[in-house]
Write a protein that binds this ligand. Structure first.
Ligand code: ZN
Length: 129
């Protein structure tokens, strides 16, 4: 699967987002080492703390299906700036893959790519104790 295909899956997932409060519709597509892909969208709630990001929905879907070998994740939102993962999502990503490749897109379809270690240096790890 190439970058464009993964980004298109993230864009398609963004169309399923439930975001009546922020109107910020995000989609994510997580490719695992075995080639399987899990998608997610953000899901908001009137009790805002109960909301969940698209990236974590995709990761939790993969984990709940027994897949913890993350390779790449595409993130899309129809915005003017690149859609970057929040701090909480970066921490969850780091639990499974410090070298996860992230493709962060914006509405025009252009994207930037990073390794998670660039976005979350010196990540908190339980094994550090
Ligand atoms: Zn997040």
């Amino acid at each position: 699967m190439n970058d464009r295909q993964l980004l298109l899956m993230a864009k398609d997932a963004s169309e399923k987002a439930y975001a009546p409060y922020s109107r910020f519709f995000v989609g994510a597509a997580l490719e695992c080492e075995d080639g399987s892909v899990y998608t997610g969208c953000n899901v908001e709630n009137a009790a805002l703390g109960s909301s969940m990001c698209a990236e974590r929905v995709a990761m939790y879907k993969a984990i709940s299906e027994g897949n913890q070998e993350f390779k790449r994740m595409a993130i899309y939102c129809d915005s003017e700036s690149y859609c970057m993962p929040c701090g909480a999502c970066r921490q969850v990503m780091g639990e499974f893959s410090e070298e996860l490749e992230l493709l962060c897109a914006k509405g025009s379809g252009s994207y930037v790519s990073y390794k998670l270690s660039e976005l979350l240096p010196h990540a908190f790890k339980f094994r550090d104790f």
